[in-house]
Ligand binder design. Structure first.
Ligand code: DGY
Length: 326
């Protein structure tokens, strides 16, 4: 259905000045008037959103109703430069007839790389080793010092075999793992192609040497990795999260790491983000933390910016977005 554009040229608000220029240039080339939020403040967004036809969103902040109200009823298109869309209220967007597009697929490889990076870093005790150097505790005459666990011949369990989960499974082939397990709503043909075995969460939990979480944040996955979850893992197992911090009951993970319920963990996502520099998680020797850099490569962020702009242009033109959410 053709959308009625109120403004000519259509106005697009870009909520962050650091968005790669390739997407912004595409919008301008195609005749949009781009308005950029310079300091990312809520006040500036609320002020500048008034009267725009589309919003290009790059922020982990909630996209709340006050932004929709401030924009006005002509706002019909939103592109979020992220694969995750848990910061949107989809029912509200549907009610107001607003289309939302996200950027899945283009970041699968980059995020999968970080999942592997964290798996190796946590199992090989990178954080503990680094701290030992800094504290003059390098025990190079101790043959038992800093012994890690092997990824070769291990069982790796992937929770969520979507695009990112599949890219992780593909990479694992290069590490000579014994077996890849996965769980999710249903068995997937891609699982068979990748040689991954569909199992229940409980089986995955008990049998895996590495557990990698790659699910979107939903009501169902919120707090899924809790005390019960960690208690079922092997004591020697490694836990990795590249999805959203809220999927993990973080105090339960901290306890599991402190008590030796599990061997180690690696997180690209956590609560809150940014993590305060004095947070207790940064003091745990068996935890590797990254500042949510899963999709942070030059090529990936350029691709995300381009896809967001393309979705917005298609939305403004009344066409189906390349990667629509609603
Ligand atoms: O959802 C995503 O795209 C990543 O977490 C980066 O925001």
């Amino acid at each position: 259905k053709q959308l009625t554009i109120m403004n000519n040229p259509p106005k697009v608000l870009v909520t962050n000045p650091t968005v790669p220029s390739i997407g912004i240039e595409l919008l301008t080339e195609k005749g949009c008037q781009v308005i950029i939020v310079e300091n990312e403040s809520r006040e500036e967004i609320l002020k500048k959103v008034k009267g725009v036809d589309a919003v290009f969103w790059f922020s982990h902040e909630k996209f709340s109703n006050d932004i929709l109200d401030a924009a006005g009823s002509q706002l019909k298109v939103i592109g979020t430069m992220s694969a995750g869309y848990n910061h949107f209220n989809l029912d509200e967007l549907k009610k107001r007839g607003i289309k939302l597009g996200n950027t899945p697929k283009v970041l699968n490889e980059a995020v999968a790389d970080v999942a592997i990076l964290l798996s190796l870093a946590a199992s090989r005790r990178i954080q503990e080793g680094r701290l030992a150097i800094e504290n003059n505790q390098w025990k190079n005459t101790d043959a038992q010092w800093l012994l890690g666990t092997d990824i070769a011949n291990s069982t790796v369990g992937i929770i969520g075999l979507g695009g990112i989960g599949q890219a992780i499974a593909k990479r694992l082939k290069g590490f000579d793992v014994k077996q890849v397990l996965y769980t999710g709503h249903k068995e997937k043909p891609e699982g068979e192609e990748l040689g991954a075995k569909f199992v229940s969460l409980d089986t995955l939990n008990r049998e895996s040497d590495f557990i990698i979480v790659a699910v979107p944040l939903t009501n169902e996955t919120n707090g899924m990795c809790n005390e019960d979850f960690f208690s079922k893992m092997k004591k020697t197992a490694v836990f990795i999260n590249v999805s959203r911090g809220q999927v993990v009951d973080q105090p339960a993970l901290i306890d599991a790491l402190k008590n030796g319920t599990i061997f180690a963990a690696g997180l690209d996502v956590m609560t809150p983000e940014p993590l305060p520099s004095d947070h207790e998680m940064l003091k745990l020797p068996n935890l590797v933390v990254l500042p949510h850099i899963g999709s942070a490569t030059k090529n990936t962020r350029d691709a995300m910016s381009t896809l967001t702009a393309q979705n917005i242009l298609r939305g403004l033109g009344g066409e189906e977005m390349f990667t629509p959410v609603v």
